[in-house]
Design a protein around this ligand. Structure first.
Ligand code: MG
Length: 162
C-alpha cells in the first residue's frame, strides 16, 4: 500500500469590496477575501495539503504572490495545476477532508456545489471530497469576522509502476 497523507492550512482577511470565493464557488456576502489571487482560502489549503503529501513544497513556492501572472487568478487554475504536478510525479489524489472556519456567511448551503466543483477540477469522484464548516464561537479572528481560515487533509496514492 503506497499511500501518503498531507495537511494544509490557510487564512485570508475579509474586506469590503471583494468577491467571496470559497471552494471554487462564488458566495453572496458583503465582504470578500483579500489576496493576490481570488483568495479562495479553501482551495489554497487543499493545494498545500496535496503538495505536502507529495513533498513538493507549498503553494507559494509554485505560484508566488509576487508574480503578475497570478494576480487575480481563479484558484481553480492553481488546483488544476497542483493536481497535474502530482500526477506528473506519479501520484493520484485520493480523498480530501476540509474544514472552513467562518462566523458568516453560512457555508453549509454551498457545500455540495463546492464539492462538485473541486471534484471536477481534481478529476476525482465527488465522494472523495468532504467539506465541513464550523464557526469558532465568535472567538479569535474568524469569530470577529476579520478573516476566514481553512484546513485540509488529503490522501494520495502512488501509481503502481508498470
Ligand atoms: Mg492563500
Amino acid at each position: 500500500m503506497n499511500i501518503r497523507v498531507g495537511f494544509g492550512y490557510d487564512v485570508h482577511r475579509l474586506v469590503a469590496g471583494r468577491e467571496l470565493w470559497l471552494g471554487g464557488v462564488r458566495i453572496e456576502h458583503e465582504l470578500g477575501l483579500l489576496g493576490h489571487s481570488d483568495a479562495d482560502v479553501l482551495i489554497h489549503a487543499l493545494c498545500d495539503a496535496l503538495l505536502g503529501a507529495a513533498n513538493l513544497h507549498d503553494i507559494g513556492y509554485h505560484f508566488p504572490d509576487t508574480a503578475a501572472e497570478y494576480k487575480g487568478i481563479d484558484s481553480k487554475v492553481l488546483l488544476r495545476e497542483t493536481v497535474r504536478l502530482l500526477r506528473e510525479h506519479g501520484y493520484e489524489p485520493g480523498n480530501a477532508d476540509c474544514t472552513i472556519c467562518a462566523e458568516r456567511p453560512k457555508i453549509n448551503p454551498h457545500v455540495d456545489a463546492m464539492r462538485a466543483c473541486l471534484a471536477k477540477v481534481m478529476g476525482v469522484d465527488e465522494d472523495c471530497i468532504s467539506i465541513k464548516a464550523t464557526t469558532t464561537e465568535r472567538l479569535g479572528f474568524t469569530g470577529r469576522e476579520e478573516g476566514i481560515a481553512a484546513y485540509a487533509t488529503v490522501l494520495i496514492e502512488r501509481r503502481a509502476s508498470s
